[in-house]
Design a binder for this molecule. Structure first.
Ligand code: AVI
Length: 319
């Protein structure tokens, strides 16, 4: 696994913060405070997310699988011939693997911020598919998308499933699609998108009865403790998830259950009881809004398929 931007641990007393530490510190000092959702995904966070995808309340993964199952042949026809499949946020690589038989890539390039998690998946794939060249990249691709020089430039397919694009702000989503578009001339994009629906369906998906999503959100504080050397006590905080219909997004927050003072080397922040740290947005789209976003990024020939309930869509677009 090629690892980029490994987090540097800043011991109490040393000076220059790493870019990650500076980002965390600035977010904690902001009003309201915020922490980027990428910090949800340390090794435990990635395992918790995998568990979330199996919850009865968390429909997106099952809806997307249904779409690939029911419309796989059509999707493969629209995608056409590919040489490389670049999997953005690959995780355990299983979603891409399920498409290998139909799409027949020669090169598979899984990219994920959690390099450790990727490592185990890649070991398994190399054994199962000895003819497939696999180049794994541990990278935060939300800001830059750097592909190694051994990835052929022609017939690239970018695979961005799971509605992870919904975790970006509208501006960042557009910029990300433009970056993908710039790297796949003659190729295309296959992207999973969660749809606008009632909050009776949306909110339980992000606030489940087993409290797995609460654990996923709270675990972010432990991860931040290891990166910034903060002294967050998970017991001081509670998980909040709500649908903001005006902005068409689920928001996750961590709410202080009492007055809390959080410190780190060289800084501190006081939180009053009830004050929140915003940890994630998950945007929900109408098919028209997402088609428009793809077209604004320069994609053409945009088509989409949906599950039977119309809760989720998979879009295919050409560069
Ligand atoms: C990864 N991403 C698409 C998930 C989502 O649904 O926004 C992350 C997640 N957050 C809470 N539950 C799942």
């Amino acid at each position: 696994v090629l690892a980029h931007a490994a987090p540097a641990f800043l011991a109490r007393g040393s000076q220059a913060p790493s870019p990650e530490q500076a980002e965390l510190r600035d977010g904690l000092l902001d009003d309201p405070a915020h922490i980027d959702p990428k910090f949800l995904y340390d090794a435990l966070g990635s395992s918790l997310f995998t568990a979330i995808t199996q919850l009865p309340e968390y429909y997106p993964t099952r809806c997307e699988a249904e779409i690939f199952q029911r419309h796989g042949a059509d999707i493969a026809r629209h995608v056409g011939e590919i040489t490389s499949m670049i999997d953005l946020g690959a995780g355990d690589c299983v979603k891409a693997e399920n498409l290998f038989a139909r799409l027949r890539p020669r090169h598979y390039i899984p990219i994920d911020i959690s390099a450790d998690y990727l490592q185990a998946a890649v070991r398994r794939l190399r054994l199962a598919y000895p003819d497939l060249s696999v180049t794994a990249i541990g990278q935060d691709f939300s800001q830059t998308l750097a592909l190694p020089s051994n990835v052929p430039a022609d017939h690239r397919l970018f695979f961005y499933p799971g509605s992870s694009i919904g975790n970006l702000s509208p501006d960042d989503a557009l910029a990300m699609l433009q970056r993908i578009r710039a790297q796949c001339d003659g190729g295309g994009l296959l992207v999973g998108v969660d749809r606008v629906k009632s909050k009776q369906v949306l909110e339980p998906a992000y606030d489940d009865a087993l409290h797995l999503t609460a654990a996923f959100n709270l675990n972010l504080l432990r991860h931040v403790n290891t990166v910034l050397d903060t002294d967050f006590d998970v017991a001081d905080w509670r998980h909040v998830a709500l649908f903001n219909s005006q902005r068409s997004r689920i928001e996750m927050h961590l709410e202080a259950q009492r007055a809390v003072r959080v410190t780190w080397p060289g800084g501190a922040r006081e939180f009053t009881a009830g004050e929140r740290i915003h940890t994630e947005n998950s945007y929900k789209f109408t098919p028209d809004a997402f088609t428009d976003l793809l077209q604004r990024a320069g994609f053409r020939d945009v088509v989409h398929w949906s599950d039977a309930r119309g809760w989720f869509s998979v879009f295919s677009a050409r560069a």
